[in-house]
Design a protein around this ligand. Structure first.
Ligand SMILES: NC(=O)c1ccc[n+]([C@@H]2O[C@H](COP(=O)([O-])OP(=O)(O)OC[C@H]3O[C@@H](n4cnc5c(N)ncnc54)[C@H](O)[C@@H]3O)[C@@H](O)[C@H]2O)c1
Ligand SMILES: [Zn+2]
Length: 375
């Protein structure tokens, strides 16, 4: 069935690939994006459109404009957000404005136009915070924050609160207690809450998708605030040193953008399996930041050296990966792009593009130090 679909943030990294896929599938797609200058640094915006689709430059906080759009659409993919964890620690108002007020405007309008049947939110694993760890002697602990004193002694992994021994990280499932430690994470949690709280009043279904770290072709090479693969690639291409925080063993669950887009698009089905669900989207595997840097250096054949700084960025968590049992069950996903193939595809794409803007990266590091957010 052909659907009328709105994609907020549809000009962004994930949104542009999602809109392309849905347009190619023949749906009537409206892309709404304010072309945030931090991400869209050039005037040339390359958006895939066909007869059945349109691109509107606009802001999700503009309820008048939004009302005209939501009236005509049955399904809304909500991706528009500010997305930098480090930056969110000092641009608090901006992050609340876009992410929380923006989502409130969207839901306010959807309730008013009373036409939307389904909302799919791109949420984030960041809301789990440090997540849960297991001590072999004392069992499971939910970690609120890491202790700065332990970090200063280079004990980066959270230690057992009882015996102070090393613990094992447990991949987060959807019932892991939420514990946002950055402003960004807090706003993503609030986006979720607005959507499911108000669904009781509205007549819409929802899917809340908690993405792990998404990477791949199309990600911004100029935004200094997000995307370590992009940042490392820029450095590797110039043979510059790659600085890594902590001891480099911090890890993330990196998932290839096309896998995310594929799973996200499947949520348009009005099928009981994907109704009012919160679902982790990841690979379930962890890769350390050090390994990512090595893979990128290898792929480019770069002379960059890796410098492990030992510093800690406030708001950063130690490890993240998803328990993806529910995702597998609902979407019956068989395979995904593994990290080696994904990095290769990414590097191939990067090589066809200009090296990203460096001044922004240096400035972003200085900002963190000035604001006392780098320890
Ligand atoms: N990339 C990741 O690793 C990742 C991980 C977890 C969750 N997410 C979530 O997925 C979504 C998309 O992320 P992305 O990586 O494609 O980010 P992105 O920054 O590339 O895309 C976001 C888009 O939203 C637009 N936008 C920002 N504020 C807006 C506003 N007020 N009105 C209209 N448009 C606005 C931007 O111009 C941009 O095109 C976000 O909600 C993000 O929180 C991403
Ligand atoms: Zn213990």
């Amino acid at each position: 069935m052909k659907e009328n679909i709105l994609i907020t943030g549809g000009a962004g990294f994930i949104g542009s690939r999602l809109s392309r896929k849905l347009i190619e599938e023949g749906h009537n797609v409206t892309i709404l994006d304010n072309l945030n200058s931090q991400i869209h640094t050039t005037k040339k915006i390359d958006i895939f459109l066909k007869k059945n689709s349109q691109f509107i430059i606009g802001d999700i906080r503009n309820t008048n404009q939004l009302l005209q759009i939501t009236k005509k659409n049955d399904i809304v993919f909500h991706l528009a957000s500010e997305t930098g964890t480090g930056q969110s620690m000092y641009e608090i108002k901006k992050y609340f404005d876009t992410n929380v007020n923006g989502t409130a405007s969207l839901i306010h309008t959807i309730l008013k136009s009373d036409n939307t049947k389904k909302i799919i939110l791109s949420s984030s694993r960041s809301i789990y915070g440090e997540g849960q760890y297991n001590c072999v002697d004392h069992g499971l602990f939910t970690i609120k924050t890491r202790h700065i004193n332990e970090i200063k002694q280079k004990k980066y992994d959270p230690l057992c609160p009882k015996c102070k021994k090393q613990m094992n990280y447990i991949p987060s499932d959807e019932n892991t207690p939420l514990n946002p430690v950055s402003t960004y994470a807090l706003t993503k949690k609030m986006q979720e809450e607005i959507i499911y709280n108000m669904s009781v009043i509205g007549s819409y279904e929802y899917s809340i998708l908690r993405y792990q770290n998404v990477y791949g072709p199309g990600q911004s090479l100029n935004n200094p605030y997000t995307g370590i693969l992009a940042i490392f690639s820029n450095l590797a291409r110039l043979d510059k040193d790659i600085e890594i925080y902590e001891d480099g063993k911090e890890s993330r669950d990196f998932i290839y953008v096309d896998d995310v887009v594929d799973i996200t698009a499947r949520n348009i089905a009005y099928d009981l399996n994907v109704k009012n669900k919160i679902i982790n989207i990841g690979t379930g595997k962890r890769t350390t930041v050090l390994d990512i840097a090595k893979k990128i250096i290898d792929q480019f054949g770069s002379k960059s050296r890796i410098k492990i700084t030992g510093s800690y960025r406030v708001g950063d968590i130690r490890h993240a990966s998803a328990n993806i049992k529910l995702m597998k069950k609902i979407f019956n996903i068989k395979s995904d792009v593994d990290i080696d193939r994904g990095v290769k595809e990414f590097v191939n794409w990067v090589s066809q593009n200009k090296i990203g803007n460096f001044k922004g990266y240096e400035k972003s590091k200085k900002e963190l130090i000035k604001k006392n957010l780098m320890k």
